[in-house]
Design a protein around this ligand. Structure first.
Ligand SMILES: NC(=O)c1ccc[n+]([C@@H]2O[C@H](COP(=O)([O-])OP(=O)(O)OC[C@H]3O[C@@H](n4cnc5c(N)ncnc54)[C@H](OP(=O)(O)O)[C@@H]3O)[C@@H](O)[C@H]2O)c1
Length: 318
């Protein structure tokens, strides 16, 4: 553990930003992170906050706002050495998160992100930049929130990954699970929207783009480098209730030579066929262990904050 004092700048103070603030504040002593502090936050709605007190989340809930400040100037002027990027997802250009991450890395700051845009679309450029600057660019929260996924490989030194397969989007898995009861796609989607599992514009989830961004990120981490733009992607709009009952799941798959996202009928004894509701699961096939599995939540305020905390601990260990 490094003994140097570290300051954290948070970009975007919505669900994940507030979840991370809460979790970090509660767990920092337990984790031996007394020398780490959240020194600054910048957000479009709440403004620029410096040296926030423990009560910040309650204060903003009662309407308190702070002076606005441009995000790029904040990154440039900040003395924080760790930047947490928790702003909007954009799977077309990765902006504004891409510029946020790039600016921070160029200044020699570590970056933790839960935003899939920059790692899915600009992985090679940003990891190369981080390597040149001698800092970390970490992204656990982009795949299955805090549930162990690609980071399981840190526990398997030398293991060669043959393939990765998984259910990586809780919204579509929830819809398919509820279609098993006979509901058609539109009814199941509407229900998922009413429960807050699906967004008003469900395209990223139901058309498979969110899942595709995750398998792209895994593929880059494993050095297979399948590009998001060249992935074969099929979503769940055309799945029938009968197919859902026969255990058709939205499967993301990658190996060295291919990667895709598509609804796939699973055998009854396939472990992934038993993954229901908003749960996510991943199967990693390695040369030393055969197939290993991890299952758990793939989203949520504290669950995603856990991923960012996992990355922070990794930075603290050097
Ligand atoms: N929530 C989850 O379960 C989950 C799970 C995995 C990954 N993620 C990813 O994590 C990121 C954050 O998600 P979230 O759920 O926290 O989203 P959110 O609740 O919408 O929060 C995003 C926050 O960032 C602010 N923001 C957006 N663009 C900004 C900019 N250019 N400058 C300053 N502030 C900006 C937003 O301000 P406004 O309120 O004014 O829009 C909002 O407060 C997203 O990329 C998401 O895809 C989320």
């Amino acid at each position: 553990m490094t003994s140097k004092k570290s300051k954290i700048l948070i970009l975007g103070f919505g669900t994940v930003g507030q979840g991370f603030f809460d979790l970090f504040t509660r767990k920092k002593e337990l984790l031996g992170l007394q020398d780490f502090s959240i020194s600054e936050i910048v957000d479009m709605k709440y403004g620029h906050i410096t040296n926030p007190g423990r009560n910040l989340v309650n204060e903003i809930a009662t309407g308190r706002t702070f002076q606005q400040k441009d995000v790029i100037s904040t990154i440039k002027e900040s003395d924080a050495d760790i930047v947490c990027e928790f702003t909007w997802l954009n799977l077309k250009t990765a902006e504004p998160a891409y510029t946020h991450v790039k600016t921070a890395l160029e200044l020699g700051k570590h970056v933790i992100t839960t935003n899939k845009g920059p790692p899915a679309l600009k992985y090679k450029e940003l990891t190369e930049l981080a390597r040149r600057k001698g800092v970390k660019f970490l992204m656990k929260g982009t795949v299955m929130a805090g549930t162990p996924s690609f980071n399981l490989l840190d526990l398997l030194p030398g293991a060669e990954v043959k393939s990765v397969r998984g259910i990586m989007n809780g919204t579509t898995n929830y819809i398919l699970t509820s279609m098993e009861e006979g509901k058609n796609f539109s009814v199941a989607l509407k229900e998922a929207q009413e429960l807050g599992y699906a967004e008003a514009d469900p395209t990223n989830d139901v058309d498979g783009f969110d899942t595709a961004s995750k398998i792209t990120i895994i593929s880059h981490i494993l050095g297979w480098n399948h590009e998001f733009g060249s992935l074969k992607i099929e979503g769940i709009r055309n799945v029938t209730p009968e197919q859902a009952r026969e255990k058709t799941k939205l499967i993301a798959y990658a190996d060295k030579t291919s990667a895709y996202v598509r609804p796939t009928k699973l055998a009854r004894d396939d472990i992934l066929s038993g993954v229901s509701g908003v749960m996510n699961a991943i199967e990693i096939e390695t040369d030393t262990m055969g197939k290993i599995y991890s299952m758990g939540p793939g989203a949520g305020k504290i669950q995603t904050a856990q991923a960012a905390l996992t990355d922070l601990v990794s930075i603290s260990r050097g």
